[in-house]
Structures are given as structure tokens and as C-alpha cells.
Design a protein around this ligand. Structure first.
Ligand SMILES: Cc1cc2nc3c(=O)[nH]c(=O)nc-3n(C[C@H](O)[C@H](O)[C@H](O)COP(=O)(O)OP(=O)(O)OC[C@H]3O[C@@H](n4cnc5c(N)ncnc54)[C@H](O)[C@@H]3O)c2cc1C
Length: 393
């Protein structure tokens, strides 16, 4: 088997890279260890920056998103049961679109398969070879047989536990990590949203986020401990806790509904640099993780792929390698800004167990500052809707 770009992973970064390269006439094969149904059903992110929306449109996969996505011109911060609106439109003239990662993934898979693209699902034992030379190879198992994909480049789009980053010699990689002493319990429910925009709540008992995926589906999150057991969180307990943390009229209006999915996500910040090793390029969660508070994980993956697709297309159309050489540095500038914002939103809104009371008072003062200051809100809004893309080449 041979292709130009071998892609490991069919999450948003692998699929979008394949689609963007296809539009530029570059061939790809995607190798994915899970089944198509599993990949399409994985409930994760849901807030798209305007730049992500624009790129999905440019990639000719935005038709359903334009119809079904919910455009939000702001968010609310809830403090002591009172809602304070951060008006993105007035502050920075932009918006975000709420459209689930599941839907982005389905649209991309459908678009890729419609052109006859090769996505090989349910492969096992993927290994990457020769990326420090001119002829990289990906070996994998399929239906009990060992196979090999020869390619010009390998794109490691295989998420935080994937094989690509782990295959890079340790000495060539610097990693930075921060683990937070809490997690998010998330529940997707069949119930109409209690508000028409997301609500980020600070509360003595811990952070809560009211979010949604559609006019009939709500996505609820509460801060919990990382070692919490899901079976201790029956649906009613989650609703009760959310009501307590949201408080005020929001709590009174909150509707319960059938639980469609429930899970616990530990909170972690992580960056591996550089993001390129010879002919292996890491993109998305394979290279970096952010806590979900700033809604940046999926958007960062898309931003990496935007840079990589342009660099690879320039290589194939005009033999240029300068954009490939600049890939890691270009992405990392954005990655670190998103790291900073995600860390800041997380530090602003969560309760830190066992913390010095002085730090708690400073945190309270900072939230009061944010909800009371146009300047602070503008900085939040500018980052939340997505910083402008750095144009290269
Ligand atoms: C539980 C959870 C909840 C999240 N919630 C939010 C949120 O609310 N907001 C937000 O912005 N972000 C959230 N994120 C982050 C966001 O979903 C990710 O940033 C996004 O999925 C990154 O896309 P990706 O394609 O880079 O990686 P992934 O989506 O992880 O895709 C990687 C793909 O590679 C495949 N793979 C892995 N290893 C191999 C292998 N060895 N061989 C072949 N295939 C392999 C995986 O099966 C997967 O399909 C969440 C992440 C998780 C894990």
C-alpha cells in the first residue's frame, strides 16, 4: 500500500487534514483503531470558534453545521446565582457556534468516504518507522494480517494516548504538564437548554457549566474529584448539584431529562514540543491537551491542521519546504496562547481543594473584576471566540 500522507487517527484533526489535502489534490490514507460507529458516537467538545467554522466551510463540510449549529454571541458567568453576560458581539464583534464534535466527525467521515477516500477502521498494533529519513512507513494489523503503508509523510493525529508521539526518541522531545486537582463530570441529557447561551458558574461547592448541543439536548458539567466513581452519581444527584451551583432563576428553570451519556474527564494541561520530527508531524491532542474550560481543544486541533495542510500542499504543488520547516513554531505560538487562556479560565472558575484562603479571596476578587470590567471582559471575549490565525507564506 502506498500514499502521499499517511494519517494515524480519525478524530477531527486526522479527518480534516485528509479532507483539506484532498481538496488540494494530495492523497491520504487514514488508519484508525476504533470502529466508525465508535468514532462517530464519541461525545466530547461542542464550541467552535469562528475560524474553525470558516475552515469547515472552506473544506466543503459546513452545510449541516450552517443549518443546525447554534450561533452564540456571548456567554454568561454565574456568581451567587446572578448571571453576568459577556457580550462577544459588542466586545469583539464575533461569535462562536455550538455544534457537537460528534456532528463535525460525522460530516467529515461522510465527505471523505463520498470521494472514495480510504479510512481503514479497526486496525491494531500501529507502528511508525523511518520518519527520520525519506521513506517513512506505517505498519498495522488488519483482520489478523500485518500490513504496511509506505508514504512521504506521516501525520500523527492519534490523540493524547496515541502511538506517534511515543515513537519519537525521548531526547528529541520536551514535555510540559500541569495536572489539576479536580475533574469534570459531564452528562448529555434529552432536555431543552435552560438558557440560550452557555453558563459558567462559580460556586463554593465547585464549578458548574450549563451547555447544550441542540434545542433539545443539554450538556451539563460539574466539578468533581478525579477519583470519583460514576455509579455514585445517579442522574438526580447530578441535577440537584447543578441546581445548587447555578442557583437563582436558572436553577428553578432547569429541566431534567433522559441521560444519553455520562463520563468523568480529568483536567490536564500538556504540551510536547517540537511538533515535527523529520517526516512525522504531530497535530491536535497528540501534541497538546488543554482543560476544557476555555473550549479550546478541538479548535486548537483544527488550527494545527490548517497550518499543516497548507504546508503539505505547498510542498506538493511547488516543492516548497519552508512552511513544513515552520510548522512546529507556527502552531506552538497559538498553542501556548490557548494554554494560557485555558489555564486562566480554569483557575478563575474552579475551587482548589485545600488552598490558602488568601488565594480564594484573590480568586473571588478576580471574578468580581471580570464581571464588572469591560476591559477584562474584552480580553476574555477575544480569546474565547479565537485569536486571529497567523498567516504564513
Ligand atoms: C472525554 C473528553 C472530553 C472533552 N471535552 C471537550 C470539551 O468539552 N471542549 C473542548 O474544546 N474539547 C474537549 N475535549 C478535547 C477535544 O475533544 C479534543 O481536543 C479533540 O478531540 C482533538 O482531536 P484530535 O483529532 O486531535 O484527537 P482525538 O479526537 O483524540 O482523535 C484521535 C484518534 O486517533 C485514534 N487513535 C489513537 N491511538 C491510535 C492508534 N495507536 N492507532 C490508530 N488510531 C489511534 C483514536 O481512536 C481517535 O479516533 C475533550 C476530550 C476528551 C477526551
Amino acid at each position: 500500500m502506498r500514499t502521499q500522507v499517511g494519517i494515524v487517527g480519525s478524530g477531527p484533526s486526522g479527518l480534516l487534514l485528509s479532507q483539506l489535502l484532498h481538496l488540494q489534490g494530495v492523497e491520504t490514507v487514514i488508519l484508525e483503531r476504533r470502529s466508525r460507529a465508535y468514532v462517530e458516537g464519541r461525545v466530547r467538545a461542542g464550541v467552535l470558534e469562528q475560524g474553525t467554522v470558516d475552515l469547515l466551510n472552506e473544506a466543503a463540510v459546513g452545510e449541516r453545521m450552517r443549518r443546525e449549529g447554534l450561533v452564540h454571541h456571548g456567554i454568561h458567568i454565574s456568581l451567587d446565582g446572578r448571571l453576568h453576560r459577556i457580550d462577544f458581539q459588542a466586545l469583539v464583534g464575533s461569535a462562536v457556534t455550538v455544534y457537537g464534535q460528534t456532528e463535525v466527525t460525522k460530516d467529515l467521515i461522510e465527505a471523505r468516504l463520498a470521494t472514495g477516500a480510504e479510512i481503514v477502521f479497526e486496525v491494531d498494533n500501529v507502528t511508525v518507522h523511518g520518519f527520520d529519513g525519506a521513506r517513512p512507513k506505517i505498519r498495522f494489523g488488519q483482520d489478523g494480517r500485518r500490513r504496511e503503508l509506505a508514504c512521504d509523510f506521516i501525520a500523527g493525529c492519534d490523540g493524547s494516548h496515541g502511538v506517534c508521539r511515543q515513537s519519537v526518541p525521548q531526547a528529541a522531545l520536551t514535555t510540559h504538564e500541569r495536572v489539576y486537582p479536580f475533574a469534570w463530570l459531564g452528562m448529555l441529557v434529552e432536555a431543552p437548554p435552560v438558557a440560550d447561551e452557555l453558563i459558567y458558574a462559580w460556586h463554593e461547592r465547585g464549578f458548574a457549566l450549563f451547555s447544550m448541543r441542540s434545542p433539545t439536548r443539554s450538556r451539563l458539567y460539574i466539578q468533581c474529584t478525579p477519583d470519583e466513581h460514576l455509579d455514585e452519581w445517579l442522574d438526580d444527584r447530578v441535577f440537584d448539584e447543578l441546581r445548587l451551583r447555578l442557583g437563582g432563576q436558572t436553577a428553578e428553570r432547569l429541566q431534567t431529562g433522559r441521560c444519553l451519556e455520562k463520563g468523568i474527564t480529568p483536567m490536564r494541561s500538556f504540551v510536547a514540543e517540537p511538533m515535527r520530527f523529520g517526516r512525522l508531524f504531530l497535530a491536535g491532542d497528540a501534541a497538546h491537551i488543554v482543560p476544557p474550560t476555555g473550549a479550546k481543544g478541538l479548535n486548537l486541533a483544527v488550527a494545527d491542521v490548517r497550518v499543516l495542510a497548507r504546508a503539505l500542499a505547498a510542498f506538493y504543488t511547488s516543492g516548497r519546504s519552508d512552511l513544513l520547516d515552520a510548522y512546529s513554531a507556527t502552531c506552538l505560538r497559538r498553542v501556548w496562547k490557548a494554554q494560557r487562556f485555558s489555564w486562566w479560565m480554569t483557575s478563575l472558575l474552579h475551587r482548589f481543594p485545600g488552598r490558602n484562603p488568601y488565594d480564594d479571596r484573590v480568586q473571588r476578587a478576580e471574578i468580581e473584576y471580570v464581571v464588572g470590567s469591560r476591559a477584562a471582559q474584552q480580553a476574555l471575549a477575544e480569546n474565547y471566540v479565537g485569536l486571529p490565525f497567523e498567516e504564513t507564506g
